[in-house]
Design a binder for this molecule. Sequence first.
Ligand SMILES: C[S@@+](CC[C@H](N)C(=O)[O-])C[C@H]1O[C@@H](n2cnc3c(N)ncnc32)[C@H](O)[C@@H]1O
Length: 258
Amino acid sequence: MATRAEAPIWTERKARWYLRATARGDYADRVLEAIVPLLASARTALDVGAGFGALSLPLAVRLDRVTALEPAPAMAALLREEADRLGIGNVALLGQAWEAAAVEPHDLVLCAHVGELLQPGSSLLRALPTLARRGAALVVDARPGRDKFFFRELYPMLLSRPYRERCGRYLDLLRWLDGQGILANVTQIGYRSDQPFRDLEEACDFWQEYLGLPGEPVREFLRGYLAERLIREGEEWIAPLRKEAAVIWWRTDGGGER
Ligand SMILES: C[S@@+](CC[C@H](N)C(=O)[O-])C[C@H]1O[C@@H](n2cnc3c(N)ncnc32)[C@H](O)[C@@H]1O
């Protein structure tokens, strides 16, 4: 999980890579499946840190109205583009960070993979009892220690330091919620987030951008390294990635199951 100091800077290119990985995978299906009981009683949703709309857009298909809060201009632009492409007209996009936004209560409030807002005691978590009329859902990485994009091998080789996985500790979050009198449901989900590339050169661009290492010598090394590890699928090159997350959700209206 990214903290504020380490938050990725969402360039258009990074946002589009992220979108392509998500589009191939089953992330939204798994998250929305986990919160079916909340969706049944919600007409409106607020998605805090919506990114390019991985969850906002499928939610908008199910609900009357979705507000997507997304401060990164590259992500917000992609969300708008995707909403237009899919003909989804019931998403209101606010290009602001949570801390700067004035948002009204919604039936469902969702926050997925926004590290700084999912720290125990964050201002968002404190606001949920009044912000979420019927229910709240938080999505956090559940399994630190998995090798993402070969970084555990590549960091020591190319950056001379270990890869420090940034992962939220969801048990701390659960404990904090419990301390607030919130007995949340936890649904563990697994989903695929394989990253596709048109060709090996695009894959080299991806690793060079994420490692922050431009230049031909690194690229030459990566060409050989990635050619051995990526999987060919038709014309594409795929970096396989399976992820696990905890969907933490609860009702705020006292109705139905917890
Ligand atoms: C890892 S992405 C997750 C996007 C989406 N929730 C998903 O699950 O696909 C995190 C997003 O949160 C946004 N973000 C980071 N800090 C934020 C804040 N303080 N308020 C609102 N959004 C924030 C980032 O710009 C980024 O688009």
